[in-house]
Design a protein around this ligand. Structure first.
Ligand code: GLU
Length: 443
């Protein structure tokens, strides 16, 4: 069993791409198969090495380790050989129409209510006419000649699929600039590299019909296919929001890889989306049959909402190294357990630590009130209830309530007007430091 994730390195991975990668990876891990990363870089003009690096970085960050990697740009000889095979079988022919001419043909067919299928005019060209075009400096693009007849496959998500060859346009496999389109190298590699399960977005469904004919023409085994429904934000298709949904962007804003994995592994399936701490849980519950063929709507905020729940699941040992990388070398289990339920991103721990454990200058707006509050600080040991008891006693003694009560306490204890919940922070700040800060000292 071999699945493959086949990104083109012409941009950054976004949520839609990583979902395909994740589902391919889960499928392979679940069935004891392998996961191939295939870099679709036949478009040598648009492909960039920095995008290859970014793809690898994103997959690694997500924990989606590949078992093998292949670069299409290193495999042109194999595609050329396939082309020769198609030519010998009379399934590959040169065409000389310009894009404008093709557009006119397309529009004429559409205006007559007909599907815009290429009319195969190029098949009727004589050798003399072709020679004439070449003499005029025209270079051909090359099409694959489809055969008439039914094309069927059993899609693992869409069920029974059926196309008629005569209703499809002969696809262009090589453009006039000599570059391969995606169609042939992908099919050749699926055969040559032994891919058994092709899982990809449903925007490839009609390509699959064509590629099945390519598999047959090349004499290769036809893999199993599963086309997952596309995911859409309420604002429209994902690709339009590439910036927001780019994986590196989500990483930079503090979204956990397991937030993305927990979300995408279940989105559009019959399982509920629940926070999971490890990919193993997602492997165990993975089943391609659970995925629906209808497209799924989601909000970018769904990830923001799930992220704190993921952080909440982490034990100190899960985050210790990452906290050290954030410069927090002295955070311990106790501190982590106290704050983890109150943060939205891991980086927020830095602020908690600074406020609770490092000296800061309090902001005292009413010294008498702060002194009264200091005098009322309960004796230790402090718990989550300490704040409530303390506030009650300040209320009783000073008659203050609401903002007039809380804001001066916050400014005195944290030096700021906004920040994490005082109730949780107070025991972490501790009695000694709280007392000093309320008395106006840097502590
Ligand atoms: N490079 C193609 C893409 O990014 C791969 C599609 C496929 O999985 O076959 O759309």
């Amino acid at each position: 069993m071999l699945t493959r994730f086949a990104p083109s390195p012409t941009g950054f991975l976004h949520l839609g791409n990583i979902r395909t990668a994740l589902l391919c990876w889960l499928y392979a891990r679940k069935t004891g198969g392998n996961f191939l990363l295939r870099i679709d870089d036949t478009d040598t003009e648009r492909s960039k090495p920095e995008y290859v690096d970014a793809i690898k970085e994103d997959l690694t960050w997500m924990g989606l380790q590949w078992d093998a990697i292949a670069f299409q740009s290193e495999r042109f000889d194999i595609y050329h050989a396939a082309v020769e095979k198609l030519k010998a079988a009379g399934r590959f022919y040169p065409c000389y129409e310009t894009p404008e001419e093709l557009e006119v043909k397309r529009k004429m067919l559409l205006s007559r209510g007909k599907p815009p299928i290429y009319d195969r005019a190029a098949l009727k060209l004589t050798d003399a006419q072709k020679a004439q075009y070449e003499a005029e400096g025209k270079t051909p693009h090359w099409r694959f000649k489809l055969r008439e007849g039914e094309i069927r496959w059993q899609d693992e998500i869409h069920g029974e699929m059926q196309f008629e060859g005569a209703n499809l346009s002969d696809p262009i496999l090589i453009r006039e600039n000599g570059l391969y389109t995606y169609m042939l190298p992908s099919a050749v590699d699926d055969v040559e590299l032994g891919v058994t399960h092709v899982l990809r977005g449903e925007d490839h469904i009609s390509n699959t019909a064509i590629q099945i004919q390519l598999f047959e023409a090349l004499g290769g085994d036809i893999p199993n296919f599963a086309h997952n429904a596309l995911i859409k934000t309420r604002e429209g298709k994902l690709s339009k929001r590439k910036g927001d949904s780019a994986i590196h962007h989500l990483r930079e804003k503090g979204i956990e890889p397991m937030t993305i994995a927990s979300f995408l592994a279940k989105l559009g399936s019959s399982d509920p989306i629940e926070p999971q701490k490890s990919l193993q849980t997602l492997i165990d519950s993975f089943d391609i049959q659970k995925f629906s063929r209808s497209s799924t709507l989601y909000d970018m905020e769904d990830l923001d909402r799930l992220n704190p729940k993921i952080l909440h699941l982490y034990d100190f040992s899960d985050v210790e190294v990452r906290l050290q990388e954030l410069g927090l070398t002295r955070v311990d289990v106790e501190f982590w357990e106290a704050v983890k339920g109150n943060i939205e991103t891991l980086a927020e721990v830095v602020e908690w630590w600074r406020i609770c454990k490092e000296p800061l200058t309090p902001e005292i707006e009413d010294a008498a009130f702060a002194r009264d509050a200091a005098a009322l600080l309960p004796e230790g040991p402090w718990t989550a209830e300490t704040w409530g008891h303390w506030v009650e006693s300040i209320k009783a003694q000073t008659g203050r309530k609401g903002k007039a009560l809380f804001m001066p306490l916050r400014k005195a204890l944290t030096g700021m007007e906004h920040g994490p919940e005082l109730k949780v922070m107070l025991p972490l700040i501790g009695r000694e430091r709280a007392l000093a800060r309320l008395n106006g000292q840097t502590a």
